[in-house]
Write a protein that binds this ligand. Structure first.
Ligand code: MEV
Length: 325
């Protein structure tokens, strides 16, 4: 049996702006998706007959990436992420699926995280009407802290480039890694799930029409880009207070792009008194917020009391990897 795990991601700064080529900073989180694959006498997913039309990411990887025409497979998928919640669960699924299939077809051969990230990005782009940045898939593949940007960003290590034809034109991104300082181990991410889905494709399309209607809001994108750079500098220096301030500032700009929701606001407000900073994370509209905290349990309790589901994670978990049987 081939087994692989890929982590989810949490965007600390730059969601939405990254679709337009500005930088975004994301970290891999402890929760993720595990996929196991073995040959079988029929195609199943979680013990039920596999219907490829209901699982576009899996069928894209099987058919279009690997052009798999081997024996039927028994596939199991276990996720510890809230799904459609802005935590990159579909990217983690693509990466874990790609890794498990690679290992099934090429036993003993090491994984190529960059190839997996590229493959996951094309699967995401297809699912999001051509508007997807490589943030989720690259962070899940590489792990740690990743900066995705239209150009190389100072203080980061360039890993690979990605491009995509979107309805708004050609987009290119550089994917860069950041080494996090040791003192970040003192801080934790507390993710709060509102219980509402975050419809990424719809939220990204909503921002595109808002910008068309009110071109002056382009300024909010520039502001998010400035905050992202400041947040990254603070993160690289291990200045936790400044990271938290940048998170608060980023949330304010996202509110102006109309991607927050009353439920997200309630959780952000509940977390702030005990956190260094808090903001919505991912596409918004629902989904999750994230707080940076030295005492994560207190923040998790506040989130729970306000009606959210908390998840505590390290700031930067390992990327996609194979699991022993
Ligand atoms: C989704 O997690 C983040 C967005 O920036 C969309 C994307 O990057 O593809 C809203």
């Amino acid at each position: 049996m081939a087994r692989a795990f890929a982590p989810g991601k949490c965007i600390l700064f730059g969601e939405h702006a990254v679709v337009y080529g500005h930088p975004a900073v994301a970290v891999a989180i402890d929760g993720g998706v595990e996929v196991s694959i073995e040959e079988s006498d029929r195609w199943t997913l979680e013990g039920l007959p596999f219907d490829s039309s209901r699982h576009p990411h899996i069928s894209y990887i099987l058919q279009e990436v690997f052009q798999y025409d081997g024996p039927s497979l028994r596939m199991q998928v276990k996720s510890s992420l809230f799904s459609s919640a802005g935590l990159g669960s579909s990217a983690a699924l693509s990466n874990a699926m790609g890794a498990a299939l690679h290992s099934h077809l090429n036993p003993g051969q090491p994984l190529d995280p960059v190839a997996l990230a590229r493959m996951g990005h094309s699967a995401e782009a297809r699912a999001q009407q051509g508007r997807a940045s490589p943030t989720d898939t690259a962070t899940s593949a590489l792990g740690g802290c990743v900066v995705v940007s239209g150009e190389w960003v100072e203080g980061t290590r360039h890993v690979f480039d990605a491009s995509l034809s979107t309805p708004e034109g050609e987009r290119e991104w550089a994917i860069n890694a950041v080494d996090l300082p040791d003192n970040l181990e003192e801080a934790w991410l507390v993710i709060g799930y509102t219980g509402d889905i975050s419809p990424t494709g719809r939220m990204v399309a909503g921002v595109a029409s808002l910008l068309e209607e009110k071109p002056e809001l382009e300024g909010e994108m520039d502001a998010i880009a400035r905050i992202t750079r400041a947040g990254l500098t603070a993160l690289s220096a291990g200045n936790l207070e400044a990271v938290g301030m940048a998170m608060d500032a980023c949330h304010e700009r996202l509110q102006r792009l109309q991607v927050s929701s009353p439920a997200l606001e309630a959780l952000v407000e509940a977390a702030r008194p005990h956190a260094l900073g808090a903001k919505l994370t991912g596409a918004g509209g629902g989904g999750c917020m994230v707080a940076l905290a030295r005492e994560p349990r207190r923040v998790a309790e506040s989130i729970e009391i306000a009606g959210g589901k908390p998840l505590i994670s390290r700031v930067g978990a390992p990327g996609v990897h194979l699991l022993e049987n």
